[in-house]
Design a protein around this ligand. Structure first.
Ligand code: ZN
Length: 202
């Protein structure tokens, strides 16, 4: 009993921290990326609490308590399948660093969905990423970051995923997320929610 009482304040403090933001560590792959790693870390110190809160509120999901290790290098940004490691790119502009940090943390959060509804990683993420970017840094910021991501080359079709997600209204994106969160069967059957009329965006 004594041990339990002694442990209580620490546990309570840890829970408070978890509610604000998951623990995140930052490390450069080597000393060439130390400055960029420090930039990401400063960004997390300044905005991490708001980023985590808005990601959780908008997605309706909760970050696991486990620490996330962020590694900074010149490799393409990515999040491992177990969600424990995120790689971020050193050479991005300050604005795109913010966008990418939120993007990869969003992937981490989306891993906790009980069902994907047949959606790929980016369609899932884009059900809340645009709205989180907008709430964090404004609509202009979100639109600029979407324009950059649409041009990312490679096997992932970012262009198609953004076009799909932004053809839905925010309410429709939220309805899709609600359906994915509440489907306990974890099946990958497609969701039968009709998308709204396409809307044009810059
Ligand atoms: Zn991604």
């Amino acid at each position: 009993m004594k041990g339990w009482l002694a442990a209580l304040p620490v546990t309570f403090a840890a829970m408070l921290l978890c509610a604000a933001a998951p623990p995140v560590s930052f490390a450069p792959v080597d000393s060439r990326f130390a400055a960029a790693s420090a930039e990401y870390e400063a960004l997390w110190r300044a905005d991490g609490s708001r980023i985590a809160t808005l990601l959780e509120e908008t997605s309706g999901l909760t970050f696991p308590a486990a620490r996330i290790d962020v590694i900074v290098s010149e490799g393409s940004p990515m999040t491992t399948f177990d969600g424990r490691t995120i790689r971020l790119r050193a050479g991005y502009s300050p604005a795109y660093k913010k966008a990418t940090l939120v993007h990869e943390l969003g992937h981490r959060l989306a891993l906790t969905l009980p069902s994907r509804g047949g959606l790929d990683d980016h369609r899932l993420l884009y059900l809340f990423l645009y709205d989180v970017w907008t709430d964090l840094y404004g609509r202009d910021f979100a639109d600029r970051m979407v324009a950059i991501e649409r041009r990312i080359p490679g096997p992932e079709d970012y262009e198609a995923a953004w076009t799909w997600a932004l053809a839905l209204t925010r309410d429709q994106r939220q309805a899709r997320l609600r359906a994915l969160r509440t489907r306990g069967d974890a099946s990958d059957r497609p969701l039968d929610i009709a998308p709204g009329p396409p809307i044009s965006r810059p």
